[in-house]
Design a protein. Structure first.
Length: 141
């Protein structure tokens, strides 16, 4: 998979720390596919796996993350139906990822905080979808 160079010196932090063993695929709806694809290319620091007139798919450690454009249903392929408005992704080092989000000027809607055994940060993408990165701080017995 080719990486999209950002010139920030942190090209692989997000994807290198994502631990998504239980996630097979996640799809979100977007209103401007070009704008959303550009945002996620920067966030994931890589090119799209596959794209069509109303969708873009990214490979995240062998799992699919899809952007599905809303609007003209005539160009909506078979996978363009349901989509989740909130995506939750586990990362290895949330402090590093939160600093990277700040460096990218991503709009944070819930700052770095602890809830029980999880630490998380929530932000919005270019399409107002909520994305949550979290890290497990300790195992529950």
């Amino acid at each position: 998979m080719d990486h999209v160079p950002l010139g920030l010196g942190t090209e692989n932090l997000f994807l290198d720390s994502v631990g998504m063993s239980d996630l097979i695929a996640a799809y979100i709806r977007v209103t401007d596919l070009g704008r959303a694809e550009a945002f996620y290319r920067r966030l994931f620091a890589r090119a799209a796996l596959m794209a069509g007139p109303s969708f873009t798919f990214f490979d995240i450690n062998g799992k699919v993350f899809g952007l599905l454009e809303t609007g003209d249903e005539s160009k909506c392929e078979r996978w363009c139906k349901p989509a989740a408005p909130h995506l939750k992704i586990e990362v290895a080092d949330l402090k590093v990822e939160a600093a990277r989000l700040a460096m990218l000027a991503v709009p944070i809607i819930k700052p770095l905080s602890d809830v029980g055994h999880l630490r998380s940060v929530q932000f919005r993408d270019t399409e107002s979808n909520t994305i949550e990165l979290y890290q497990t701080m300790f195992a529950l017995d």
